[in-house]
Design a protein around this ligand. Structure first.
Ligand SMILES: *Cc1c(COP(=O)(O)O)cnc(C)c1O
Length: 458
């Protein structure tokens, strides 16, 4: 098996598409801390969460012991339109780098929404439909999640209300139009449609918005409209559960050829794609069956894992959401405009946060010009135009491969290529014109964000 020649692309058959999602929490000795009710500071219960999320998704969110959840047939059938996704051996990149390392990437950009987000969008829309709801509300930053969700809602015949961070709404008209083509209504956030939006506008007139603020609006819209629930594209444990298909497929494909990765790398925004990619591998590490090095990569401009604090915080700016214990920069932290919109969230999945706190997951931050240098090299040799978010993982994969070149080690590297960059060409234009800058928050900026962390009763 081990000597079997590895093709450029390892495709799995439809039959090999996972039948169950894997819940990594079941194998964690130190479970992620529970979500807390912001009014009572007690752990959120099923009844607390029901007005906001679909029932089945609440069950998944609160379950940290069931290892596997069946993937309903309707969701699996939808997955079949674009999954299993290919696992690619980056022969051309290896050659270009002159490295003895073997590089693989799992490509999640081969669907219209252009990213891994569709894996959870279809699951969340399915459960909303099952419950007989009229529609769902959500926020979107750069637009990838909103696009994925509008596709999923169109498929199941659900209404979809998207609050889009104002700066993206104005600067990224293309994604906005994709969402509208799939039937979603798109509102720039902060808006005057919600009480929290009006409050934020009053406090910060002229603000260009943030993900945290759009979340507050979407939650309010869900809880004030009959037959609607709120859905979220990352951070939550249910999302990471759905994204485990990425890792499960990767593992099956690698096992087939007797390949074992030494290093697994992913970009981390809210943490769901990375969590999904590493899940089955981390399972083996937690059980002492195998060892892997896991690396989360985040932008230097929004460094929650590398410079944030592991503490309870709100998931949104308006402080209407439950509190999650996570690495956070503070819910009031508004990152500078950088070009990886999907990585501009102030917090991080509580599962990944716990793994990082326990020393099981490393974290690195990278500057955006270095990220785009990696993106450009990758596009030229591997052919795919990568999303800026994904290019954070490419950057560190290249760095690790170059280390192998120095030491002569033949490590096997696996990274997640979460999406394509066709809607990010203003960012590429800036890079190509030499006008891209690197903004790194000062310690004072970070302190300012952290000063707003909620104080919990003893
Ligand atoms: C949203 C997004 C990310 C960030 O994903 P998380 O799972 O939230 O960490 C990464 N890459 C792309 C292409 C995205 O759209």
């Amino acid at each position: 098996m081990a000597n079997k020649e590895i093709p450029y692309k390892i495709y799995l058959s439809e039959d090999e598409l996972p039948r169950q999602w894997y819940n990594l929490r079941a194998d964690m000795k130190n479970k992620p801390a529970p979500l807390l009710n912001p009014a009572t500071f007690q752990p959120m219960t099923f009844e607390d969460l029901r007005p906001v999320f679909c029932d089945e998704l609440v069950r998944q969110e609160l379950d940290d012991t069931t290892p596997c959840f069946d993937i309903p047939e309707e969701i699996r059938n939808f997955y079949k339109m674009y999954r299993p996704s290919p696992l690619v051996r980056a022969y051309c990149l290896e050659k270009k780098l002159g490295t003895p390392a073997k590089i693989y990437y799992k490509f999640e950009g081969n669907n219209t929404s252009g990213s891994h987000k569709l894996n959870s969008a279809v699951a969340q829309a399915y459960y909303a439909k099952q419950q007989g709801l009229k529609g769902v509300t959500t926020e979107t930053g750069a637009g990838q999640w909103g696009t994925a969700l509008s596709m999923a809602c169109a498929y199941f015949g659900l209404d979809c209300k998207v609050y889009m961070v104002k700066v993206s709404y104005e600067q990224k008209p293309f994604r906005r139009e994709v969402m509208r083509t799939y039937g979603a209504s798109v509102t720039p956030s902060p808006s005057t449609e919600t009480a929290v939006g009006r409050r934020i506008l009053e406090q910060f007139p002229g603000t260009s918005g943030s993900l945290g603020c759009a979340i507050s609006e979407a939650v309010e819209a869900a809880t004030t409209h009959e037959g609607y629930r709120y859905v979220l594209g990352s951070v939550l444990s249910q999302v990471m559960l759905h994204q485990s298909v990425i890792g499960l497929e990767s593992k099956t494909a690698m096992d087939k050829y007797g390949v074992k990765p030494d290093i697994i790398i992913g970009c981390a925004g809210g943490g769901s794609n990375l969590g999904g990619l590493i899940a089955p591998f981390m399972r083996e590490k937690l059980r002492g069956e195998a060892d892997y090095q896991f690396i989360a990569v985040e932008p230097a401009s929004c460094p929650s894992l590398t410079r944030g604090k592991f503490a309870y915080d709100y998931c949104d700016t308006g402080m209407v959401t439950p509190l999650a214990k996570m690495y956070t920069l503070g819910s009031g932290f508004i990152p500078s405009a950088n070009h990886a919109g999907g990585l501009r969230y102030h917090g991080m999945s509580s599962i990944l946060s716990q793994l990082h706190a326990d020393g099981l997951l490393e974290a690195r931050s990278v500057e955006q010009t270095k990220v785009f240098e990696a993106a450009e090299m990758f596009a030229r040799v591997e052919g795919i135009l990568p999303a800026p978010e994904s290019s954070h993982a490419i950057r560190v994969a290249i760095d690790e491969a170059l280390k192998c070149k120095e030491t002569g080690e033949e490590k096997t590297i696996l990274f997640g290529l979460t999406g394509t960059g066709y809607f990010d060409l203003y960012a590429y234009e800036k890079f190509n014109n030499g006008n891209m800058t690197d903004y790194i928050p000062t310690d004072e900026d970070i302190q300012k964000g952290l000063a707003g962390l909620p104080v919990l009763p003893e």
